[in-house]
Design a protein around this ligand. Structure first.
Ligand code: 8YV
Length: 324
């Protein structure tokens, strides 16, 4: 490939992915990983053929309206794309791509980790050992609850929801799910014999555990609010590997404090990394810093998927994983 195209990459990429962009294109890498403001991004985009962005870059309708005409593709290194106004990009003739599939397994692994950690009080147990407060064995100390035979509601049965359900079924969980559309019998089978609920609110009444996998849209914003938590069985457990905005933080915190919910496991937060400060004070919550896709293999695959999309579009071929 000749280095005839200019590619702006907004965040530091895995070494091998950065090397590929550097080899194939006239690429501007961001080794310092400094964040671009919208203004700086628009300025840097002048003369660029492609932008490689992440979920920390907000490509709103306003920003896209000012995007230099040279930009033909915006490739986000993420599966989620709530940070890009795809409709506005389409209007301005810009192709948008994401990185589906490649992070399904890693993210559902983290979902499983959260289910187990929340159920088995991993945060409290680890603090006891680390802080040298462990007094030795007692029959009734730091008891968690089993996953086996519990009902797990999966909200959003896309690729990651299905992979999580597949794993959870292997731990003996009974899978329920709500999705815009019912899965095919083959996919329901893969997802642990999942039982479909047309009505999410009805599913919540059955959820000993709830795992959130819906994308953040106007319809799903603050979906898990006080009213919906009240519908769940007492002592239920909530985990979220999707987007923090799907949860009403105040409602979740109140339910964790009152004991309505036994525990939570979170990888994603509204406004991250500036999370609701109350989360830090709760012992019955296991928290990770948005690392669902954070494995060497997966981050490489995400970067290479973005590179494949850029290469395709800049050589006049259809994008590999287009969103418009
Ligand atoms: C990314 C994610 O690491 O792909 C997504 O949607 O949430 C994460 O896997 C992050 O968004 C970086 O862009």
């Amino acid at each position: 490939m000749s280095k005839q195209h200019k590619v702006l990459i907004t965040r530091r990429l895995p070494v091998d992915v950065a090397a590929r962009f550097d080899k194939d294109h006239d690429s501007i890498l961001n080794q310092e990983d400094d964040r671009y403001t919208s203004e700086a991004l628009l300025e840097a985009a002048v003369g660029m053929d492609a932008l490689v962005v992440s979920s920390s870059d907000k490509l709103t309708a306003d920003v896209l309206a000012k995007m230099p005409k040279s930009v033909r593709i915006i490739a986000t290194v993420s599966v989620g794309y709530e940070h890009i106004d795809v409709e506005a990009a389409t209007k301005h003739g810009i192709i948008v791509t994401n990185t589906p599939d490649v992070l399904t397994e890693a993210t559902s692994d983290i979902g499983m980790l959260l289910l187990l950690a929340a159920a088995r009080r991993a945060h409290e147990g680890q603090a006891l050992v680390r802080d040298n407060k462990w007094q030795g064995f007692a029959m009734d100390y730091n008891l968690g609850v089993d996953l086996m035979n519990k009902r797990l509601g999966v909200l959003g049965m896309g690729r990651i929801g299905r992979a999580l359900a597949h794993r959870a079924a292997a731990f003996g969980m009974k899978i329920h799910y709500h999705n815009r559309n019912r899965l095919t019998p083959e996919l329901e089978e893969y997802a642990g014999g999942a039982v479909y609920f047309d009505d999410a609110d009805e599913m919540l009444t059955t959820c000993d555990f709830l795992s959130i996998h819906s994308p953040l849209t106007p319809e799903t914003t603050k979906f898990l609010n006080a009213e919906r938590i009240a519908r769940m069985p007492d002592g239920a457990i909530v985990v979220n590997t999707s987007r923090g905005g799907v949860v009403d933080d105040d409602a979740l915190i109140a339910a964790l404090k009152s004991g309505k919910l036994r525990a939570a496991g979170l990888d994603v937060y509204e406004g991250e990394p500036n999370i609701h400060p109350e989360y830090r004070n709760l012992q019955n919550i296991f928290m990770l810093p948005h690392v669902g896709s954070g494995t060497v293999e997966t981050r490489n695959a995400m970067g290479f998927c973005a590179a494949d999309n850029v290469d395709a579009v800049l050589t006049g071929k259809p994008a590999v994983t287009p969103l418009n």
